[in-house]
Ligand binder design. Structure first.
Ligand code: HEC
Length: 254
């Protein structure tokens, strides 16, 4: 730096002293000191470049290990056996489904609550109400069973050797959906010691509905009429055991 002209207003300064240069030096030193001070106050002292490099290398290696083994953090590896993963509520709602036997038993037993007061929880009836356990009107054909339940029964009737002469009003609407009918039939045919085992499809229940629409009378069935319906079997394909169906619609889920 070249020597500055001496300010005539500051005559006490020596000529050999470069005031501007000296002053600049003082400023640099003090501002450096104050930067240092500030850094220390923050607790953010400069870190050695090697610490930074080593840390970066570790991070890259660790990251690539985690990403390359994509089941390292898979949910299933970390969940205890017997625990069920919460349903994913973000996608479309899951289809409620189950094995047809279980779905039918659950639905059928719900419908049976309407019958239980008379035919008893064990299906064995009593002196006033005929049994559904071992009843030929229950086990032989779903057509006879549904004819009785949908239209009611009147007059003397003998079921499983138990005779009554009474009346049952209609217990089920004739337009009840096919799934509920199939479930009730399956439940009654496979409870109380009954063991028919056939798994009717909802579609097969349409055959009952068609026959019911052709009935000459709208009123109660009688033993004689039910004895005719006992001989009529439902046609078409049954469900295979274990078939998974939609609980709401009865459709088969592949
Ligand atoms: C209010 C009492 C009562 C209710 C509720 C009732 N039943 Fe009956 N059920 C009877 C009586 C009484 C008879 C016999 C009618 C006769 O004497 O002609 C009968 C007869 C039957 C028969 C034919 C005879 C036999 O024992 O197999 C079937 C099948 C039947 N009921 C099924 C059902 C089903 C299924 C339900 C429920 C959806 C039901 N009943 C609800 C009183 C009832």
């Amino acid at each position: 730096m070249s020597s500055q002209p001496i300010d005539p207003k500051k005559p006490d300064l020596e000529e050999s002293t470069n005031v501007a240069e000296q002053h600049a030096e003082v400023t640099r030193a003090s501002s450096a000191a104050s930067r240092e001070q500030q850094v220390r106050e923050n607790g953010l002292e400069p870190v050695s470049v090697w610490v930074f490099i080593t840390g970066s290398i570790i991070a890259v290696i660790a990251g690539s290990v985690l990403f390359s083994s994509n089941n390292l953090f898979a949910y299933n590896d970390f969940v205890k056996e017997g625990y069920i993963q919460a349903e994913d509520t973000t996608g479309p709602p899951p289809v409620p489904q189950g094995a047809v036997e279980a779905v039918y038993m659950a639905k059928g037993s719900a419908t049976y609550k309407k019958c239980m007061g008379c035919h008893q929880p064990d299906g064995k009836g009593n002196v006033n109400y005929p049994p559904l356990a071992a009843s030929e009107y229950v086990t032989e054909s779903p057509v006879a069973l549904l004819m009785a339940v949908v239209n009611g029964v009147k007059g003397p009737i003998t079921a499983a050797g138990v005779s009554v002469n009474s009346q049952m009003d209609s217990q089920l609407n004739k337009s009840t959906d096919n799934l509920e009918m199939a479930a009730l039939v399956y439940y009654l045919q496979n409870s109380f010691g009954n063991n028919v085992g056939k798994i009717y499809t909802p579609d097969q229940m349409q055959q009952f509905k068609d026959l019911n629409a052709k009935r000459a009378t709208e009123g109660y069935t009688t033993e004689a009429e039910l004895d005719e319906y006992r001989k009529i079997q439902v046609e078409g394909d049954f469900f295979e055991p274990g078939t998974v169906i939609n609980k709401k619609t009865g459709e088969v889920i592949e």
